[in-house]
Design a protein around this ligand. Structure first.
Ligand SMILES: Cc1cc2nc3c(=O)[nH]c(=O)nc-3n(C[C@H](O)[C@H](O)[C@H](O)COP(=O)(O)O)c2cc1C
Length: 461
């Protein structure tokens, strides 16, 4: 049977040290050039040459201040700090490319939905429909403190908040302007038809928004929606809203369990099982022989900073790993920060006791090391578990992406695991050939469309 082409995102962040902490000191990486626009333009062009689907920016709006009870280690190690806003890079990168998509992370905590919806519509216009939003709720209590919350909003309540946020932005993107509202009639001096532009009058628990949306309809209207939580509440949220879900499963078994669960929830929510694409986070070290790949990998391990990794993971789970017995079972963790990663570890090895030490090593276990053929074999194993694509996390940048493009991509293309050419159209159409630029009717965003827009719709399946 012919292979289905997989999807590929390059996972990065507008900062010095992203995931593989300590590697910013490596002589070949350009991580410390993150404030230079050329770094990003060159990366975007390279990714387009390699037929990547998106350049995917993580982002946080707080600090990693849990490890050793303060911020000092994060500052020394540059653990996602300092970091710059990724969304402002997008217009320049779109101008330098033609097909590549741009996914950026935005927290519901960070920006009022009215201004956020306008920013995204502007980006969607400027990129001609190549923008995606990774919806996050901010797991760091330090992020909460930057926005006036002394106490962190409890885990499940953050998702309830996110649901209302989605309602507001859907009303603005999908409901405020009817299709056909723009007349641009220069003869009669009518730019838009007042009868087809509507207020949204949202009155909810956290937001009151009158509207109308300030931006006219953009190619996608609602951007392509990504999400990454995998707790109970996170999976249900993904099932309702996401078109792409980012998982960090420790092995294909854990990925399969997560994917089957979320797909079943999507069907229960009135969507199709395959309406959501699942992206596994992986890193790659490619060599022309296995031995060369192992040698490169050993060199990378030599640059890793355990302190940096512990700082990051302590922030991720809200537990100071410097103060905990590393052999303690993970099942004893009680946290309001993030449940999904721990659940993934437990689901990935149901017969074993997973410990805090295993969790701290998680990032290094999702690294695939080998020849291009071995890497393609590895990706096939993940695909067999139901994964639709990969978020490729750099170890060194742009070296990880360059090696992957120059050596692994030709083998993947040969096996039909990667497209040779981009599909035409917007990012939504490229990710899902045969789809239209807009969300299908069964997605909750569609319910906010004006009846006249619903009737003239030719939305694809
Ligand atoms: C692979 C992955 C990537 C993530 N990227 C971000 C990010 O860039 N910014 C952020 O604030 N949270 C990020 N998160 C955190 C999630 O959005 C979420 O807050 C966290 O996983 C807790 O949710 P959960 O308990 O439902 O899993 C990421 C999580 C995962 C698993």
């Amino acid at each position: 049977m012919a292979n289905k082409p997989l999807l590929f995102n390059a996972f990065t962040m507008n900062c010095v040290s992203f995931i593989n902490h300590g590697l910013w000191r490596h002589p070949e990486t350009r991580q410390t050039d993150y404030t230079d626009l050329d770094t990003w333009v060159e990366l975007a062009r390279m990714l387009e040459r390699g037929r990547f689907d998106t350049l995917f920016f993580a982002d946080v709006i707080g600090t990693y201040d849990v490890y050793r009870g303060g911020l000092d280690t994060a500052i020394r190690e540059a653990t996602q700090f300092p970091n710059n806003d990724p969304s402002v890079l997008i217009p320049a990168l779109a101008h330098a490319t033609e097909h590549l998509g741009f996914a950026f992370t935005g927290s519901v905590l960070q920006e009022h939905p009215f201004t956020f919806a306008r920013k995204v519509s502007t980006l969607d216009h400027l990129t001609k429909g190549r923008v995606a939003w990774n919806i996050v709720t901010s797991f760091q209590s330090s992020a909460g403190r930057n926005f006036g919350f002394e106490e962190q909003v409890p885990h499940d309540e953050r998702y309830v908040w996110a649901d209302e946020y989605m309602e507001v932005v859907y009303k603005l993107w999908e409901g405020s302007w009817e299709d056909g509202a723009i007349l641009c009639d220069k003869e009669n001096g009518v730019y838009a038809d007042p009868a087809r532009v509507h207020p949204v009058n949202h009155a909810g628990v956290r937001y009151r928004v009158a509207g109308p949306h300030l931006s006219e309809p953009s190619p996608l209207r609602t951007p392509v929606l990504f999400q990454a939580g995998s707790s109970e509440a996170g999976r249900s949220f993904a099932a309702r809203h996401a078109e792409g879900t980012f998982i960090l499963a420790p092995n294909p078994l854990a990925a399969r369990t997560n994917i089957e669960d979320v797909r079943a929830r999507a069907v229960a929510a009135g969507r199709r099982a395959d309406d959501i694409a699942f992206f596994q986070g992986l890193s790659f070290v490619v060599g022309s022989t296995e031995e060369e790949a192992r040698r490169k990998n050993d060199e990378i391990d030599d640059h890793l900073s355990v302190e940096g990794l512990m700082t990051h993971m302590s922030g991720n789970i809200g537990v100071d790993l410097s103060a905990i017995d590393p052999h303690k079972p993970l099942s004893e963790l009680r946290t309001e920060v993030a449940h999904g990663a721990v659940r993934g570890m437990i689901e990935g090895a149901p017969d074993q006791t997973q410990t805090f030490a295993d969790l701290a090593r998680l990032v290094t276990t999702t690294r695939v090391v080998g020849t291009p053929e071995q890497i393609a074999d590895g990706l096939e194993t993940w695909a067999a578990a139901g994964v639709d694509g990969f978020n490729i996390t750099y170890v060194i940048t742009p070296g990880t992406f360059e090696d992957f493009i120059d050596h692994a991509v030709p083998v993947l293309q040969e096996r039909g695991l990667m497209r040779r050419e981009y599909e035409p159209g917007t990012l939504r159409e490229k990710l899902r050939p045969g789809a239209g630029p807009r969300l299908p009717r069964r997605h909750p965003a569609a319910s906010y469309r004006h009846p006249r827009t619903q009737n003239r719709e030719t939305f694809s399946v």
